[in-house]
Design a protein around this ligand. Structure first.
Ligand code: AVJ
Length: 335
């Protein structure tokens, strides 16, 4: 698996060959704390950020191309229509993208900036360091005049932005990733963005909207089972990175809409009573039918987005939507 020589392999865990020992150690410590905390709750939980190792990132890419998963293609259509006018009005010198992933939609914004003759600096922020490095390399080749400064950070904790970014900055938080955070965590996160903003900076936020429950549930229960594999991938990640002993086949994918909370929840349901050994963390037992919640994906409407922004010190300035039920919001800092 690793391309390290034996010496390096002895110094750093084999699974983290692309990362320096310090960062790998920090990721491991955070993961242990997250797993210990999450799996000791009454409703067991694991944070969705651990889906995204290389395999998980590829599975997510495959999800975005599924017929049932309307979010990505709807957002891209909206971006195609509104990125140009937004960029021409704002003339951003820097684009900061939170949760950048493979930056597929980023090109729409970068192209608009290039066409308007205004973008100098691109800062993709993501937890997945491997993916980020590959993305940065590709974009540097595609946009020769562009400075690309990737920031590896868990945006739930900090944004990890370089200091002295040239303003105006356009912050983009796309894909409805905001939906992975409950209301208070989302306000904290957007408050962090607000804190980094100057008066002429803007936030472009992609948000999935409330709609027919069957349509939303189908998007998270695709016929090909890609989402199920994506969901179970978090167990593969814990097995590899912590030496956990999850038998992945003993867990079933479930995604259901919880109307009272306006959100999809993804769970891994234990097919049988079982005990799972996780080194350092300990032994975790599950009853038959007991689940681990692996993700929430909140759905919004205009008032709930306006409220969330207000709680974060931001004001809703523009709202663009279409009939597929996805929205692009533009927010400005409240003075
Ligand atoms: C990347 C968090 C926006 O919640 O729709 C896709 C992740 N989970 N299918 C989402 C996801 C299951 C996705 N986000």
């Amino acid at each position: 698996m690793t391309r390290h020589g034996t010496q390096a392999a002895a110094a750093t865990p084999a699974h983290d060959s692309a990362l320096p020992a310090g960062r790998a150690g920090a990721r491991r410590a955070t993961m242990i704390a997250d797993v210990r905390d999450g799996l000791s709750r009454k409703q067991k939980e694991l944070p969705p950020k651990y889906f995204y190792d290389e395999r998980g990132s590829k599975l997510f890419e495959a999800i975005t191309r599924l017929p049932e998963y309307y979010l990505t293609r709807t957002e891209r259509r909206l971006l195609g229509r509104y990125a140009g006018p937004l960029v021409r009005a704002l003339r951003p010198r820097t684009l900061v993208e939170l949760g950048a992933g493979s930056a597929a939609k980023t090109r729409v914004l970068l192209d608009a900036m290039r066409d308007a003759g205004c973008g100098e600096h691109y800062v993709p922020v993501d937890v997945s360091g491997e993916f980020l490095a590959a993305t940065a390399r590709r974009l540097r080749a595609e946009y020769p005049g562009l400075r690309v400064t990737p920031a590896i950070a868990d945006i739930a904790v900090e944004l990890g932005l370089p200091s002295n970014l040239p303003h105006p900055v356009l912050f983009a938080f796309l894909g409805s990733t905001i939906g992975n955070f409950d209301a208070s965590a989302a306000a904290t996160l957007l408050g962090r963005v607000r804190h980094a903003m100057g008066p002429f900076d803007r936030l472009l936020l992609g948000a999935d909207l409330r709609k027919d429950v069957a349509v939303v549930e189908a998007a998270y229960n695709d016929a090909q089972g890609v989402t199920a594999e994506f969901n179970r991938n978090v167990l593969h990640v814990l097995n590899r990175e912590l030496g956990a002993e999850f038998d992945v086949e003993r867990f079933e994918h479930r995604a259901l809409y919880v109307p009272a909370r306006h959100r999809i929840e993804m769970h891994l349901v234990s097919r049988q009573e079982q005990a799972v050994r996780i080194p350092v963390v300990g032994r975790v037992t599950l009853r038959q039918g007991e689940s681990i919640r692996t993700e929430i994906s909140c759905k919004y409407d205009r008032p709930s987005i306006a409220r969330l922004l207000r709680r974060s010190g931001l004001a809703l300035e523009q709202w663009h939507t279409d009939n597929a039920g996805f929205a692009l919001a533009v927010a400005m800092p409240m003075p």
